[in-house]
Design a binder for this molecule. Structure first.
Ligand SMILES: Cc1cc2nc3c(=O)[nH]c(=O)nc-3n(C[C@H](O)[C@H](O)[C@H](O)COP(=O)(O)O)c2cc1C
Length: 336
């Protein structure tokens, strides 16, 4: 046993038929990032649970291609949640039923997205100043499906209405199986630091009995340990720090178990994972979209490599998978 071994015990959690390891570390849903290829890679790296990107309830009902494609799940990804958003209870109910047909482990309701095109229509975190409607939508989604329903949300609408302690209780009463809380308000968007104190208050509320998952600004093992240790959450969720850095799940797990920092991956490992990611993405969503969306990942994939800028510029301007593969070959030769 390492002299640095951490002492937090943590409880194993179970949601429906899924048993999670102690101190579960979860990949946050992220639009245009957490597609099936990336979720698969994150699971291989140790993410204990993954979510789809958010999917519009209206889009699903209208049979919109983009929404339907987002329902795809690889068998290796499980446990996986399909996340849906919308402002209308009937549409959310129908969308939940459609999503259930894809056999995810859970359906997640997005009450957290602050993006204007979503929130201004009363969906995502735009609903956070209307608790009765949150309750109505949640009740109807829970009733519509046979699998566990979870919610991902924020602290409240703005700094004067941080009512997550009350909201969490009300949603628990609707029958949700777990709640994930991002420690910012809707109006904060992604500004400032995530405030974990209210997440801790939700967890310590004696009326709460469902798992509480904390989210916001976890970038390394030390931050993950603090989240479990100080706020006693049942799981932590990592978003931006996983973009182009699926190794974060290994690093965090290693730190939680040993208190020690894992060495960063070498260049060959990085290019290999990046290459697989590009290929799988092209296979799943087509070359053009894959090449475009992969641009969000390069900065992080190669963040530790000095003097990388000329290669990054080439990666983000490449227009085909074969061009990307050539650049990755060159990167290996240059930096190995
Ligand atoms: C590019 C991007 C896309 C996101 N898309 C979603 C989404 O589809 N559904 C959702 O619930 N949250 C979404 N989020 C919010 C994240 O899930 C997470 O709550 C937020 O980034 C805070 O966690 P972090 O500090 O670990 O990044 C998104 C965030 C980013 C940066």
């Amino acid at each position: 046993m390492s002299a640095n071994k951490t002492s937090i015990a943590g409880q194993s959690i179970r949601i429906g038929n899924v048993y999670f390891p102690k101190l579960p570390v979860i990949l946050a849903p992220m639009e245009d990032i957490t597609d099936p290829p990336f979720r698969k890679i994150c699971r291989e790296m140790g993410a204990d649970w993954v979510y789809t990107e958010f999917i519009s309830a209206d889009g699903l009902i209208r049979d919109a291609d983009k929404s339907l494609q987002k329902l795809d799940i690889y068998p290796e990804e499980r446990p996986v949640s399909i996340q849906i958003f919308g402002s209308d209870a009937a549409a959310m109910e129908d969308a939940a039923r459609l999503a259930q047909e894809k056999h995810p482990d859970f359906i997640d309701i997005n009450f957290g997205c602050p993006v204007r095109k979503v929130a201004s229509k009363g969906a995502g975190s735009g609903i956070m100043n209307d608790t009765p409607r949150m309750v109505q939508i949640t009740e109807r989604v829970v009733r519509a499906v046979d699998i566990p329903v979870t919610v991902k949300t924020r602290l409240g609408y703005d700094k004067n209405t941080k009512n997550i302690v009350d909201i969490a209780e009300r949603l628990q009463d609707c029958g949700i199986a777990a709640i994930a809380i991002h420690g910012r308000t809707r109006c904060q968007l992604y500004r400032g630091n995530a405030d974990w104190t209210l997440i801790g208050e939700v967890k310590s509320n004696p009326r709460m009995h469902i798992p509480v998952i904390g989210n916001g600004d976890i970038k390394d093992g030390a931050a993950a340990l603090r989240a479990f240790d100080e706020y006693n959450v049942d799981g932590i969720m990592i978003g931006r720090a996983a973009t182009g850095n699926p190794w974060i799940f290994k690093e965090v797990r290693h730190f939680l178990e040993s208190g020690e920092k894992l060495p960063s991956p070498g260049i060959m490992e990085i290019t290999e994972v990046c290459r697989r990611h590009v290929r799988m993405s092209a296979g799943w969503k087509g070359e053009r979209t894959a090449v475009f969306e992969m641009r969000k990942h390069y900065c992080n994939y190669f963040r530790a490599i000095p003097n990388f800028k000329p290669y990054r510029i080439r990666l983000v301007t490449a227009s085909s998978v074969s061009e990307l593969e050539e650049i990755l070959d060159e990167i290996e030769k240059t930096f190995c």
